[in-house]
Design a protein around this ligand. Structure first.
Ligand SMILES: Nc1nc2c(ncn2[C@@H]2O[C@H](COP(=O)(O)OP(=O)(O)OP(=O)(O)O)[C@@H](O)[C@H]2O)c(=O)[nH]1
Ligand SMILES: [Mg+2]
Ligand SMILES: [Zn+2]
Length: 355
């Protein structure tokens, strides 16, 4: 059962100490007000956090949809969650009620679909913010442009987005016409997990229904007046698709909820960042320096080499994205100044009574 939900050999290794404690593994597939829905080899269980987990100070240290957890089954179909396995990736947002609080929207996702619709005005800045949040998650970002059947200038919009989404695929779909769905699924391998993020009303739940071939998710027409959605989806849910892929539908995220590129790294790689702080040298490059805590952890098996490689790769990618964002900001500032100077020169000419 849990193999279907993406359980791997690496997960079995990470779970070993919990197995010794007599706990069973499961994956969180939904979060409700009063607890979690967890899939295990013993079926779906309704689980609550143990007292210790419940009192974790950081919101991000609480179980989230997509997490692999260690459980002890209770009476009937209830269970207690004792621990969360280290996350391979996590899409993080700011809580709606507090900018300081970070929340995990989706854990252990391989692909982050950044969904925006072709019928609304294109907002490049917003797509950039979503992409930054997707990059920091550790998942592969893919831009999805929905409602192609309503597009007026599809190619123009695709080109504009491809320019700012350098390096990540940009796909167009129409759930209404059933176009582009296979190409979208081809981005995710069987056994992998993808998440749909984007503003309310762009058609995320409609896509899940189209993949399933049935209306499992509630959808709702957007308001005619402003093209805005109504926040129809109210909770996050991980769904198994035919073909063995997992898809996570989420409620629309407002732009203010998006975090900057490097902010989320500390959530996923908290353990590695703590490790690095204990290297003997502050500028340790972890390439064989004496007293390197990373090397030590790799040698002892405490740190998974694949996880370390992932952390390094992500750091390099984020640095490249930041450099690009900085360059774009500088160019925009230069254009703004040039425009101001031109306006100033024109106004001086006018004052002199020139042409
Ligand atoms: N014309 C057209 N309409 C679509 C398409 N996909 C979705 N819609 C419509 O867009 C509206 C919003 O779709 P939802 O799937 O509810 O949007 P959502 O992103 O899940 O919204 P939230 O749950 O609020 O975040 C619905 O009326 C859908 O029928 C499409 O490909 N073409
Ligand atoms: Mg929805
Ligand atoms: Zn080091």
């Amino acid at each position: 059962m849990i193999e279907q939900y993406g359980w791997s050999d690496a997960a079995t290794r990470a779970f070993a100490p919990h197995a010794r404690a007599g706990h069973i593994p499961g994956r969180v597939v939904a979060q409700h007000r009063d607890g979690y829905e967890v899939v295990t080899d013993e079926g779906a269980l309704r689980a609550k956090s143990s007292g210790r987990l419940f009192h974790e100070a950081r919101e991000v240290d609480h179980p989230a949809v997509g997490d692999w957890v260690a459980l002890s089954p209770g009476v009937e179909d209830t269970a207690t969650i004792h621990a969360i396995l280290p996350r391979q990736s996590a899409f993080v947002r700011r809580a709606a009620d507090s900018v300081q609080t970070l929340q995990v929207v989706a854990a252990n996702v391989d692909v982050a679909f950044v969904v925006t619709s072709l019928n609304a005005d294109l907002n490049p800045r917003r797509i950039e913010r979503y992409l930054a949040a997707a990059w920091q998650s550790g998942a592969r970002p893919v831009v999805v442009l929905t409602k192609a059947d309503l597009a007026e200038d599809q190619q123009g919009q695709v080109d504009a987005i491809a320019a700012l989404a350098a390096g990540c695929p940009v796909l167009t779909v129409s759930a209404r016409r059933g176009q582009g769905l296979d190409a979208l699924l081809a981005q995710v391998a069987p056994g992998e997990t993808c998440v749909l993020v984007g503003s309310s009303g762009v058609g995320k739940s409609t896509l899940v229904n189209a993949f399933l071939g049935e209306d499992l998710m509630a959808t709702q027409a957007i308001r005619e007046t402003d093209d805005q959605g109504r926040h129809t989806t109210s909770h996050r849910q991980l769904v198994l698709l035919p073909g063995g892929r997992l898809i996570l539908d989420t409620p629309g995220i407002r732009e203010v909820g998006l975090i900057d590129a490097e902010e989320g790294l500390g959530v996923v790689f908290d353990d590695i960042e703590r490790l690095i702080e204990t290297c003997k040298f502050n500028d340790c490059a972890h390439t064989g320096e004496p007293g390197c805590a990373v090397r030590g952890a790799l040698d002892s098996g405490a740190l998974d080499p694949a996880r370390w490689a992932h952390f390094k790769k992500l750091g390099a990618e984020l640095a490249a994205i930041e450099a690009k964002a900085e360059r774009l900001a500088k160019e925009a500032e230069r254009r703004r100044l040039a425009k101001l100077q031109k306006a100033y020169r024109t106004s001086k000419k006018d004052a002199r009574g020139g042409d």
